[in-house]
Write a protein that binds this ligand. Structure first.
Ligand code: FES
Length: 182
């Protein structure tokens, strides 16, 4: 399928990543004449987020063109599902659960401590791209409240005093020791 308005002029992300995405889309046999092709949009967005790490506007436009739909349709789907993100995430993705059980057990103070130590707000990434911080709704581990997930790992009953120690594990792993604020 020909891309009409995404010929690469304004793209900043790697062409090989777009190539990877296009190869995937080709396997879906998208057709402008087939309205059912939109059924695969969510899985394509998942794939794109896996490739690029997030879904910035240039990727959204590329996908909209491939599906022959408007940018608004693509961005509407992205904003509806909270597992999609339009901002880059860090190598270490920290999610603080702010569901009811976690909130009543002090999750807000835990989030504040992550913000203080990392020097970023929820929704931001550290300038070195190492850490990103977000808050989530219930992650289904309420018995461990307050819960923090870091990449694939789940931390239960997290107290603000433990935040520094948790982060230092990730700094030691990568040999960095001076990024966080003591
Ligand atoms: S409210 Fe946090 S895990 Fe359920």
């Amino acid at each position: 399928m020909t891309c009409n308005n995404c010929n690469g002029k304004n793209k900043l992300l790697p062409p090989e990543s777009y190539g990877q995405l296009d190869t995937y889309i080709e396997t879906l046999h998208i057709s402008r004449d087939n309205p059912r092709c939109k059924d695969t949009l969510i899985q394509t967005l998942h794939k794109a987020q896996g490739i690029f790490g997030y879904l910035p506007e240039e990727v959204q436009l590329h996908i909209a063109d491939r599906y022959a739909i408007s940018h608004a349709e693509v961005s509407g789907v992205i904003s509806f599902y909270n597992f999609f993100t339009t901002t880059p995430r860090g190598e270490v993705q920290i999610n603080v659960c702010m569901g009811t059980a976690c909130y009543v057990n002090g999750a807000e103070k835990v989030l504040q401590e992550f913000q203080r130590v990392l020097g970023i707000k929820s929704g931001e990434v550290t300038t070195d791209g190492k850490f990103s911080l977000e808050s989530l709704r219930c992650v289904g581990a309420c018995g461990l409240a307050p819960v923090v997930t870091i990449n694939e790992k789940v931390y239960g009953k997290v107290q603000p005093a433990k935040v520094q120690e948790i982060l230092e594990n990730y700094l030691v792993e990568s040999g960095e020791e001076e990024t966080v604020n003591a």
